[in-house]
Design a protein around this ligand. Sequence first.
Ligand SMILES: Cc1cc2nc3c(=O)[nH]c(=O)nc-3n(C[C@H](O)[C@H](O)[C@H](O)COP(=O)(O)O)c2cc1C
Length: 323
Amino acid sequence: MKTQITKLFNIQHPIIQGGMHYVGFAELASAVSNAGGLGIITGLTQKTPENLLKEIERCHKLTDKPFGVNLTFLPTVAAPDYPGFIKAIIDGGITIVETAGRNPQEYMPLLKDAGIKVIHKCTSVRHALKAESIGCDAVSVDGFECGGHPGEDDIPNMVLLPCAADKLKIPFVASGGMADGRSLAAALALGAEGINMGTRFIATQEAPVHENVKQAILSASERDTRLVMRPLRNTERVLNNSAVESLLNKEARLGKDIKFEDIIDEVVGVYPKIMTDGDVEKGVWSCGMVAGLIHDIPTCQTLIERIVTEAENIIKDRLSALL
Ligand SMILES: Cc1cc2nc3c(=O)[nH]c(=O)nc-3n(C[C@H](O)[C@H](O)[C@H](O)COP(=O)(O)O)c2cc1C
């Protein structure tokens, strides 16, 4: 299958693995890229630019295919050393960066001068247009279904994607709720040039996370995610657990007076304990509604081949037969 995204990133299949905190290590990124998709290392999971460079070098040893790095611009007071991380990306020979959070305008000259292609992840058409206007090569449009931060507009992909298609000139991938060949065929029909997946890639053999995390996703239905931090305008879709219930109780009790400091126990520093140690109740962790469509733990190769074959069959057989 050839689309503008496969051409732009020089990959075989239009399937991207979005950056994921404490999941997007070299093992997963290389497995996705070796399977013909685009794997992405999560930049900020590596605490320092030096560590990121080492992770990139590790990934180069595991694949000779293109892979990218995610740079998430967080709403924090003490900003990470973004110029340092970008230098590591350039020194590591990376040619594709997925940005997220704030728009990457400030860093576009650095990235573009180094010949890097930028795909910006955003949750609204206006932010996608902004990304286009500052020179991003593509966007990843994250609908309300998505695991992680869906923004504050709450527009699901069935509406968001065609709205994006009507306005954008640069190619975009559909993100949020994507799991299988039906997702890919639907995304293409709605105007996207491919898909980006987060939650689905956690439940793969190569995802370097604790088995408890994978089993929690397999056990979840489409009704098992919750939105947290909405009163802080930092909404995150997470898998329901005891920490989420505790956080939501605090939100109900404190109302609009709630501050980030009130929820530190549920939110700060919990990812390594969940993803690495497998203590899945330790805090809140991102997960998409798509968990309801995830029932196995395949290799990335099996997953990607299955998605592409299923999408091709839907397009060639089921849809064509309707005409
Ligand atoms: C556990 C987890 C961690 C994530 N961490 C990040 C992150 O650090 N930066 C980022 O840009 N997106 C992050 N995301 C969002 C994903 O890259 C992707 O956009 C999202 O998962 C797509 O929705 P889906 O889960 O329905 O596939 C994360 C998602 C999950 C599930």
